[in-house]
Design a protein around this ligand. Structure first.
Ligand SMILES: CC(C)(COP(=O)(O)OP(=O)(O)OC[C@H]1O[C@@H](n2cnc3c(N)ncnc32)[C@H](O)[C@@H]1OP(=O)(O)O)[C@@H](O)C(=O)NCCC(=O)NCCS
Length: 180
């Protein structure tokens, strides 16, 4: 399975590969403080090749199993963002979660929006999904703007939905129905 598409004059969206451990680790090290308020609390071990290698192996397994699709946003060989489909469920649901982040040096350039638009098209065209879901912290106005711009609608607030930055936090859930 391969996928690679230009999403701007600066960036390419492609699938994560087994060879990406070092560049993924470098991206998380560069963006440690930038992502800390929006991510689960990270142990020191998260910022090691060994743990990133294990996470990457799990994500490639999910890709093979059809339950998740990990993408990276790259500029030259540097990872400047990620966007992942997780929890892909078939049957009568045909739904997946989408999550993303953009490197601190590359925010404000339309990259999250361009990547999300591309993933929406991919989810319709290549996966035949019916629905995408995303959740944001209530104060993550930037991410909410990205989702609303991409046609996602708020479903409601899920209390204590995810443990982010060490605390179970309420999230605003969004969905986009793809088959309309
Ligand atoms: C949220 C995030 C993904 C936005 O990425 P980005 O590439 O800067 O987003 P875009 O450039 O596509 O912005 C789309 C729109 O949202 C607006 N926006 C983006 N970040 C914003 C912010 N922090 N506050 C207010 N508006 C914001 C942009 O101005 C733009 O609006 P416009 O189209 O009217 O000009 C990025 O800041 C990030 O990675 N943050 C940390 C991790 C995170 O929050 N991930 C999402 C978890 S749900």
């Amino acid at each position: 399975m391969s996928y690679s598409v230009e999403i701007s004059d600066r960036a390419t969206l492609r699938l994560l590969t087994e060879r990406d451990v070092a560049v993924v680790l470098a991206a998380y090290l560069r963006n440690r403080e930038h992502l800390a308020p929006w991510d689960p609390a990270r142990l020191e071990s998260f910022f090691t090749s060994a743990e990133q290698s294990g996470i990457l192996t799990d994500q490639i397994e999910q890709l093979k199993a059809g339950s998740g699709i990990p993408f990276v946003i790259v500029k030259s060989e540097t990872i400047i963002g990620r966007i992942n489909l997780t929890g892909i469920v078939r049957g009568p649901f045909q739904s997946a979660n989408v999550g993303y982040w953009v490197d601190k040096e590359h925010v404000g350039q339309g990259l999250a929006s361009a990547a999300l638009e591309n993933i929406i098209s991919y989810s319709i065209r290549d996966l035949g999904l019916h629905r995408l879901q995303a959740g944001t912290l209530l104060h993550n106005l930037g991410s909410q703007k990205v989702l609303r711009k991409a046609g996602f609608e708020p479903i409601g607030i899920a209390k204590k939905y995810l443990k982010i930055a060490g605390t179970w936090q309420d999230h605003l859930l969004f969905q986009r129905i793809l088959s309309e």
